[in-house]
Design a protein. Structure first.
Length: 229
């Protein structure tokens, strides 16, 4: 009797594990809203991408045998991508052709915004999910503005070459008054370390500098660069 009870408990545990591993049933249509994480305003024309993973019904190896507890062993996972663009209100609905997936991972891309961390859609039943909206928050890239202005008049043959974050600014003349705006991301640190290199040819002299500044999200990051030598 004791052995029978133990076997029954083990069988129930195995059934529970199989139920937990079964494919998730998603609704006929998934609804998304993409917003700015700081302003909370919708982001139009953002690209929403879904990575959908499901199991191929054909074995890829002769590992599974009749009567095995794990009949899916030896089968391969298949992936498919689906994408669309948000409307002027930052909304998008995507129809699902296949309803049973192991999981769906959403991501979004938009000009001027950082790539968000991928996050698995919450597992929910089809009945509870119909009509619900999944919100994707995006962080704007950090804007850094470098300002160049000479206080002393130089020669007409003078030049300044400034580079930062794959952007290049070339200035020439006896008097210079210009600026360069660059955009960076901060995936881990609370701020962004922005490196720059500058070659200054002024008044018959040459100086090369390589340094960095710290810029913060949603802040006024303006840095004057001294080009008088």
């Amino acid at each position: 009797m004791k052995k029978l009870i133990i076997k029954s408990i083990v069988f129930i545990m195995l059934l529970a594990s199989f139920a937990a591993c079964k494919k998730e049933v998603y609704p006929d249509e998934l609804h998304f809203l993409v917003i700015d994480s700081y302003t909370r305003k919708p982001i139009p024309n953002a690209t929403v991408q879904l990575l959908k993973v499901w199991q191929h019904p054909v074995k890829v190896g002769n590992n599974a045998k009749d009567g095995d507890w794990f009949p899916d062993y030896g089968r391969k996972h298949m992936q498919e991508m689906q994408e669309g663009k948000t409307d002027k209100n930052g909304k998008l609905s995507l129809t699902q052709d296949h309803k049973k997936y192991l999981y769906i991972i959403p991501g979004a891309m938009a000009e001027g915004y950082q790539l968000p961390d991928l996050d698995t859609l919450s597992k929910f039943s089809k009945k509870a999910a119909d009509g619900s909206v999944y919100t994707i928050e995006m962080r704007a890239k950090i804007k850094t503005t470098f300002v160049f202005k000479t206080n002393m008049t130089g020669y007409s043959s003078d030049s300044v070459v400034f580079s930062s974050c794959d952007s290049l600014k070339v200035m020439r003349g006896a008097y210079m008054d210009d600026k360069l705006e660059v955009y960076t991301s901060n995936s881990i640190d609370p701020c962004s370390k922005v490196w720059y290199t500058i070659n200054i040819y002024r008044r018959g002299k040459k100086v090369t500098k390589c340094h960095y500044v710290y810029s913060y999200p949603n802040a006024y990051n303006v840095f004057p660069i001294n080009i008088d030598i």
